[in-house]
Design a protein around this ligand. Sequence first.
Ligand code: ADP
Ligand code: MG
Length: 506
Amino acid sequence: MGKVVLGVTVGVAVAACAVAALVVGRRVRSRKKWKRVVGVLKELEESCETTVGRLRQVVDAMAVEMHAGLASEGGSKLKMLLTFVDNLPSGSEKGIFYALDLGGTNFRVLRVELGGQRSELDPDVEHQPIPEQLMTGRSEDLFDFIASSLHRFVENGNDSVQSSIMKELGFTFSFPVKQTSVSSGVLIKWTKAFAIKDMVGKEVAGALQQALDRKGLNMRVAVLVNDTVGTLALGHYHDADTVAAVIIGTGTNACYWERTDAIIKCQGLLTTSGGMVVNMEWGNFWSSHLPRTSYDIDLDAESPNPNDQGFEKMISGMYLGDIVRRVILRMSEELDVFGPVSSRLYVPFALRTPAMAAMHEDDSPELTEVAKILQDVLDISDVPLKVRKLVVKICDVVTRRAARLAAAGIVGILKKIGRDGSGGITGGRSRSDIKMRRTAVAVEGSLYTQYTMFREYLHEALHEILGEDIARHVVINVTEDGSGTGAALLAASHSSSGSVDNIQLV
Ligand code: ADP
Ligand code: MG
């Protein structure tokens, strides 16, 4: 009996030891694994590092590249495209004008009534998603779709579609275009999710005009502009100190007001105003100072446009979620912190930026939104709190870098036009000698307007780079639907009734 008791006791003790060893072993392994996870996170943080010193290098590189792009055709990855927009809306425009805005996830149709005095604008706007198959199909189908939407919009607004009075239309087309006049231009290449082969090298406004004519709409494409130019027009309409406009949405780009004599590649360009809006196509900016990670390299290599739009791929809404997905995938594959590797993690763009932003901004103590999105979007369940915190940190690192780089780009423009308080590219004068003029930058795009953390990081970096004394002279104005409304304003200021051709090439 005693032996049996002893035997059972020894047996229990051995089993307890084995269990304890197993638990300790697991803990050690899990601690080691966690250390490796932290290592991957640290590596990400280091390669995304944007110290003020590094941002200032990006500022300088941007200003230098702008110069190079203005000096000669193909002189820089920045195309610095002429827009032929040589004056911005003054407020005296009158009448009903229409605009189409094509270039992002949503396509917009607008109508705005102008009373001849600068006032709050209240455009009618209709948003419509572009069916995916039209983004990669035939150009005629895309333009017919657009013309039909406009036709419906005009009818619903009780305007007669076949009215005997021709309506003027502003067309915002947010892809790189080589303009030949303010109302015509040739598509250089597609970006973002668009890839309609038969359109590259073709006249864009002409293709739209033909579709409008096919539909029997009595409308004339009065201006063909980039979304940044529309944004600048609206920004300037409301605040005459506006010198540049930046879009941070699905993609990213900027334009600004430049003196014609600085546009060296176009010798003899004369405008009445002495200036012209230049569309930078800054999404394609590149510099060795940009903090690049292995995730960026993979994203680029697997994209339909490798080696293109490098700045955009680090900054804009189309890509941020996918960078985060790649980091989570690596951690999941190599370190098994997310349980069995979810097949959703292999799907490109499975994690969209709005979902990533929602995780980043989840302020619930248990990070319930993070858990929900991991489950619903990426099919990853039962993630412990510590791993959910890790996901938030990854989102933070990726967004902070993006926002700070966008800020550096903005300061690059200010530097190029001598509004950063440093005396321009050539420098020389000390900061204290410079009398800073109030300078406004118009910003549009949901990444900036809808993503609070992004916006705050951008503002913080602007202040860090410029210093408080200079930064207080720089204001960022959000323009709502500026890319479209601005095009309607430009259609008005360039309408056939009132326009004089102010541009000469001598
Ligand atoms: P577009 O650039 O397509 O003209 P927007 O300026 O509205 O249109 O930008 C849309 C992009 O902004 C989306 O593709 C998405 O990446 C990003 N976005 C939209 N909403 C949010 C959000 N709440 N948080 C973060 N990013 C967002
Ligand atoms: Mg847009």
